[in-house]
Design a protein around this ligand. Structure first.
Ligand code: ATP
Ligand code: MG
Length: 457
C-alpha cells in the first residue's frame, strides 16, 4: 500500500522524525487516499509536544498557534497550512460536546482510539506503512461506518458523531454497521446538546452525499431531533395518483434526485414539510394539499433561522420552496415574468426543483411533465439568446430619463418603470426609448386627468 504524499507533508514529517519525534499522517486524508479520492488537507499527528513541534519549525517557517489548547500547531509551507497535532486522548465530556481537557500521550494507538469511526482512525507513514488497529481498511472496503469502541459510549461523549456517521454514510454511500446504527437511534436525543452551527454544518454536508436517500429513510427519527417539523411527514399517505410514496419517502427521493448543492438539497428536504397540515380528501377519496407551498415556505424559514443558516441560503431556499408547485407555461411572456421576478439563477433552480420533484412522484404522466419542463427550457434559451428585456436594467429607459421627461420624483418613478416593464414583457410596447417615454408621459397625463375629474365631482 502506497500513498503519494505532498512534498510539504513529507518535509514536515521528516523534520519531526530527524529531531526524534514519531510522526504520521492521520484521519480523513488516509481514508480519502485509500478510497482513491483527493483529500482536501493532510493532517499530521506526532509524539512531539506542541512546544517541541514549534521548536522544530520556528523561526524558519511561519507557525500559527491558535489550536494550541488541543495540541494543534499549524505550520505554513509554501503558503499552505498543515496541522500538526500531538497524540492525545480526550478527557471526560461533561457537556457531551467538548472534552473537559485533553491529555497528551506518547502512543499512536491511543490517539487513534479516541477517533470516531474506524475509517477515520488510520494513520500512514511513507516507510512504516498503514497503522490500522481497528479494522478501518476492512470497513472501508466493505463500505461500512462503524464506531471505534462502544458506540453508545462514543455517541454519549459527543453526540455530533451521530450526524457525522450519517454524513460519512451519505458521502461515501456506505451502510452504517448494525450496533452503531442501533446506538444512533437510542442516543439521538443527545443531539439536543449540540449547537445549531455544528448541526447546520453537518446537515449541509450530509444532504449533499450521493447516498443520502437510504440514510434519510433509515434515520428519519434521528433527523427529527434537530428538525421535529419532519415528524408528521413520516408515513403520511398522499392518496393521489401523482404520488407513489408517502410524504417523507417522496421527500427523501427528491433530495437524492437533485444536484448536490446545499440550497437545492435543503429545498427538496423542506419543500413538502407543510403538506401534512394542508391535507384534505375530496368526495372521491383523492388527497389534496392546497396551499402547502406557502405553509412549507413558512416552516422552512423558521427551521433555517433556528439552525442558523446564512441569510442568502435561507432566502433562496424559501423562494424555491414557495414556488416549487407554481405553473410555468412554456411561453416567452410567462418565462420573462419569472425572470423579472426571481432572476435567471433562481428560475433555473426552480426548474431543477421541478424535475427532482417529478422524479420522486409516481410515473403517472411523468413523461408529459418532463416534456413541459423541456419546453420551458427551450423558451428560456430563446429569450436569453435574443437578449429580450425582462428586468428593469434591460429597459431602454431608467429613472433619470423619466425624471427628465417630467415624471415626478419619488415613488412614481419606480411604479412607472415597473408598468413599462410589464408592457414590454407582454409585447405591448417595444423596448425603445421614444416609445417608452411617450407611454410614460401618457400614464402621467392619465393620472392628471383622473385627478381633475375627481376635483370637479
Ligand atoms: P473531512 O475533513 O472531509 O470533513 P475528516 O475525517 O478529516 O473529514 P475532520 O472533521 O476534519 O474530518 O476531522 C479530522 C479527524 O479527526 C477525523 O478523521 C477523525 O479521526 C477525528 N475527529 C473529528 N471529529 C471528531 C469527533 N467529533 N469525534 C471523534 N473524532 C473526531
Ligand atoms: Mg479533515
Amino acid at each position: 500500500m502506497h500513498i503519494e504524499l505532498p512534498r510539504a507533508a513529507r518535509l514536515l514529517m521528516e523534520r519531526l522524525e530527524q529531531k526524534g519525534f514519531e510522526a504520521w499522517i492521520v484521519g480523513g486524508c488516509v481514508r480519502d487516499c485509500l478510497l482513491g479520492r483527493t483529500p482536501h488537507d493532510f493532517d499530521i499527528c506526532t509524539a512531539a509536544k506542541p512546544a517541541q513541534t514549534i521548536s522544530c519549525f520556528e523561526p524558519e517557517f511561519h507557525v500559527i498557534k491558535t489550536g494550541l489548547q488541543h495540541g494543534t500547531v499549524t505550520v505554513v509551507v509554501d503558503g499552505e497550512p498543515f496541522e500538526i497535532t500531538t497524540y492525545r486522548v480526550d478527557g471526560a465530556y461533561s457537556d457531551g460536546r467538548h472534552p473537559d481537557e485533553v491529555s497528551f500521550v506518547t502512543d499512536l494507538r491511543e490517539d487513534l482510539s479516541r477517533r470516531d469511526f474506524t475509517i477515520n482512525a488510520m494513520a500512514y507513514h511513507p516507510v512504516r506503512g498503514l497503522a490500522d488497529y481497528f479494522g478501518g481498511a476492512e470497513d472501508l472496503a466493505a463500505g461500512m461506518v462503524r464506531c471505534v469502541g462502544d458506540p453508545a459510549k462514543r455517541f454519549g461523549e459527543d453526540a455530533l458523531r451521530i450526524l457525522r456517521a450519517l454524513r460519512f454514510a451519505a458521502t461515501f454511500d456506505f451502510a452504517v454497521e448494525a450496533r452503531t446504527a442501533q446506538a444512533m437511534h437510542a442516543e439521538r436525543q443527545r443531539l439536543r446538546e449540540i449547537s445549531a452551527e455544528r448541526i447546520q454544518m453537518e446537515l449541509r454536508r450530509f444532504l449533499c452525499g450521493p447516498g443520502v436517500f437510504d440514510q434519510l429513510v433509515s434515520f428519519a427519527d434521528v433527523l427529527c431531533v434537530p428538525v421535529p417539523e419532519i415528524a408528521p411527514m413520516i408515513g403520511f399517505a398522499q392518496r393521489n395518483p401523482h404520488h407513489r410514496y408517502d410524504v417523507w419517502t417522496h421527500t427523501a427521493a427528491s433530495v437524492q434526485a437533485i444536484r448536490p448543492v446545499p440550497e437545492l438539497r435543503l429545498t427538496m428536504l423542506l419543500h413538502d414539510i407543510g403538506k401534512p397540515a394542508s391535507f384534505s380528501l375530496d368526495k372521491r377519496g383523492v388527497g389534496h394539499f392546497y396551499g402547502h407551498p406557502a405553509r412549507s415556505a413558512a416552516l422552512a424559514a423558521q427551521i433555517l433561522r433556528r439552525l442558523k443558516f446564512d441569510n442568502a441560503t435561507a432566502k433562496t431556499v424559501e423562494t424555491l420552496v414557495l414556488h416549487h408547485d407554481d405553473a410555468v407555461e412554456p411561453k416567452p411572456r410567462q418565462v420573462k415574468r419569472w425572470l423579472g421576478r426571481v432572476g435567471e439563477t433562481v428560475f433555473r433552480q426552480m426548474l431543477e426543483v421541478r424535475r427532482a420533484d417529478i422524479a420522486a412522484q409516481s410515473d403517472w404522466r411523468r413523461a408529459e411533465k418532463f416534456r413541459r419542463i423541456d419546453q420551458v427550457e427551450a423558451v428560456l434559451a430563446e429569450v436569453l439568446a435574443e437578449g429580450q428585456c425582462y428586468c428593469l436594467k434591460d429597459l431602454a429607459v431608467n429613472g433619470v430619463d423619466l425624471m427628465k421627461a417630467g415624471v415626478p420624483q419619488g415613488k412614481q418613478i419606480g411604479e412607472t418603470l415597473n408598468r413599462l416593464l410589464a408592457l414590454v414583457v407582454d409585447g405591448e410596447l417595444p423596448n425603445e426609448r421614444e416609445a417608452l417615454l411617450c407611454a410614460a408621459q401618457g400614464f402621467a397625463g392619465g393620472a392628471a386627468r383622473t385627478d381633475g375629474r375627481e376635483a370637479r365631482s
